[in-house]
Write a protein of this length. Structure first.
Length: 86
């Protein structure tokens, strides 16, 4: 069993459900994934372009998962989804 998605800062039950609906059930599932691909899967699943804030959250998710896999932690600024904007 993997690590709950809700350990990622800013990922609550609603975002966890979005991620699970497109095949990401654990933090480990996000390792080495492309946040843009995750966002596109979410849009396709929902049948419309979802809020771009989701893309920023997915960038945080992937960075968090990759750091965790390396035994590292993100710095305080990187733990805020809105700091992952374009």
């Amino acid at each position: 069993m993997g690590t709950s998605l809700q350990v990622i800062p800013g990922i609550g039950k609603k975002m966890e459900k979005h991620l699970q609906s497109i095949g990401y059930n654990f933090v480990e599932d996000l390792e080495n994934e492309n946040p843009d691909d995750i966002y596109n899967k979410h849009c396709i699943h929902d049948g419309h372009q979802v809020d771009r804030c989701c893309l920023y959250a997915y960038r945080l998710c992937v960075a968090f998962a990759n750091a965790k896999a390396r035994g590292e932690e993100l710095d305080e600024k990187q733990l805020l989804w809105y700091n992952w904007k374009d």
